[in-house]
Design a protein around this ligand. Sequence first.
Ligand SMILES: Nc1ncnc2c1ncn2[C@@H]1O[C@H](COP(=O)(O)OP(=O)(O)OP(=O)(O)O)[C@@H](O)[C@H]1O
Ligand SMILES: [Mg+2]
Length: 232
Amino acid sequence: MLSVESINTFYDRSHILHDVSFEAGGDEVVALLGRNGVGKTTTMKSVMGLTPPRSGRITFEGEDITGNRSDDIANRGIGYVPQNRGMFPNLTVHENLRMGLGTAPRQESRFEAVYDRFPRVEERLNQRAGTLSGGEQQMVAMARALVRDPKLVLMDEPTEGLMPALIPEIADITQNIADAGYAIVLVEQNVDLVLDIADRVYLMDNGRIQEHATPDQLRESEEILERYLGVQ
Ligand SMILES: Nc1ncnc2c1ncn2[C@@H]1O[C@H](COP(=O)(O)OP(=O)(O)OP(=O)(O)O)[C@@H](O)[C@H]1O
Ligand SMILES: [Mg+2]
């Protein structure tokens, strides 16, 4: 479904991503793990066309999308839940959800489907997004990605900054989205969540993908997690 082939991404003259390659298949949850600043968000933004790579190739469903506008990439079926949620705090929840449509045609059935999945979002449609709790804002950010009817959803650190008590709920929602048949590329620093949900894990360091493993392999090799995350 998504294939990232040896991309190199820069901010001005800083070379951030070095020959990054990975794939995400039709109904997989693929995770990118790595410490702060290794290039996880830049990888997501490169796929979305927000920081287009200077070289390499990105294909989605067999079509080359490298260098396409992000709105076009979203219309093709890639949803994006950005790190820090990207809420418009002074807009209502409903207005935030509508922003998720971009130039896609509005389909009422999509909104209804999303409300079914996120009843707490529906309860708060007329509330300003900035007044929601962190967990609720994360749900709005996920709902906003889903109203456009993506096939693949990129999620950048959905549990970041949340109270520990809320993390299982966000994990359940992520698992439910995966079970509903969406492909997911998940960036997370919560290793337990990743090992529970992901089918495959790519480990990043210094703007490079260094290793590729299954959750079972990582559970058995604390050494790998220690090397790339400094945990356990
Ligand atoms: N807009 C920018 N301009 C210049 N450099 C940037 C910009 N955004 C990120 N960087 C740099 O690019 C590198 C990778 O950043 P990135 O945000 O992709 O990391 P990350 O793995 O997502 O980190 P975190 O876990 O903290 O979210 C870092 O060195 C960062 O300082
Ligand atoms: Mg990041």
